[in-house]
Design a protein around this ligand. Sequence first.
Ligand SMILES: [Zn+2]
Length: 345
Amino acid sequence: MSETISIQELFTKNGIKFRQSGDEIQTFCLFGNCDAGKKDLADSHLYCSKEVFYCHKCNAKGNVFDLAKQIGVPLKEVYKNPMQEKLNPNIISEMEKEIERDQKVLQTSTGLIWLKNRGFTEETIKLFKLGYSEYYKGISIPQYQNGVLVSIKYRIIEPKDFRRKANTPSVLFNLDAVEGKEEITIVEGEFDCIAGVQEGVKNIIAITVGAQTWKEEWTPLLKGFKKIYLCLDSDEKGRAGTQKVAEILGLDRCLDIILPEKDMNDFFLKGHDKEEMDKLFVEAKHFPGAKTIVSSNDILKMTLKENPFIVQGMLVEGSVNALTSDSGKGKSLLMLKMVEAIVSG
Ligand SMILES: [Zn+2]
C-alpha cells in the first residue's frame, strides 16, 4: 500500500529546484546557511539519492520524511496511496451514510449502555463517531486514513467478536491524529486507543487486527516517528506481539510499557489514573538488544578508571606517547633508558 515518493518527486511537487549530478540530485541546503546567496545549483551542497540526502557542508542528513518536515510538507503527502484509489467511491459514500445512521441508532440502543459501562463519555463517542449496527448487533467504529473513511469495524457485543466491512483495508486506527509528531504510543485495540485519548494520553494509535498480525504495509507509515511506546495487551499473546512489533519497527526506537491490567481501557476502568499512566511512560524500558542513547550530562557524571603511570608524570599504561625534540638532543638515548627502567622495574 504505502510506498513513499522519492526525494526528487517531493522537490518537484513543492517547487524546489535541483540539478542532476551523476546518480544523485543536488540543491541548495535546506538546513543551514550553507548555500546562502548562491545562484548556481552546481555550487550547492545538498546531495540526494531517491531515499536519502546529505549536506556536504553542515552534514545534515536523513530521509524523505526529514526533508518533508523541514520544508513544511505534511507527512501524509510523502506516501503514495494506491489503497485509497482502489477503494470504490460508492463504498465510501455508502459507509458514510451507514456511520451517520448508526450514530443515531446508538442513542436508543444497548450499545450506548455498553459504551458507558466501558467508561466512554458522550463527548468521546461523538469525537470518534461511534454508532450501533443493528445488523451486527454491535458498536460500529469508523476508520479513517488521510481524512477518508476507509473502513468500518464492528465490535459485536454478545458474544464478543469483531467484524470488518467487507473489501475494506485494515488500517492503523487514529493515525491521522498523530501526523507530524515525533513520539507515538501504540495500543492493541480501538477501544484502548479511544480510552487513552479520553484520558489525555498523547499521540496514540491502535493496531486493528490483534498484536500478532502486524500488517507489512503499516511499517512505512511509522517511518517518521523517532520514539514508539508499545503498550499492547499485557496477556501472553500481547507480550509476544509486543516483541514482534518492536523487532519490525526497530528495537532502538521502541519502548516497552507493561500495564498492570489487561489493556488500556481496563486500566482506566479499574480506577487507575493518568498520573499512574504517566509514571509507566517514564519507566518504560528499552527492549533487550536495543542501542541506548546516553546524554552528555550523564557522561559527565560517569566516573572513569584511570590507567596507572609506568613512568611517573610521563607515560600512562596502555597509552601511545611521542617523544620530540631537535635532532641530536638525545631522544633515542632517553627512550632506551626509559625502556630499560621500565623493564627492570
Ligand atoms: Zn547544509
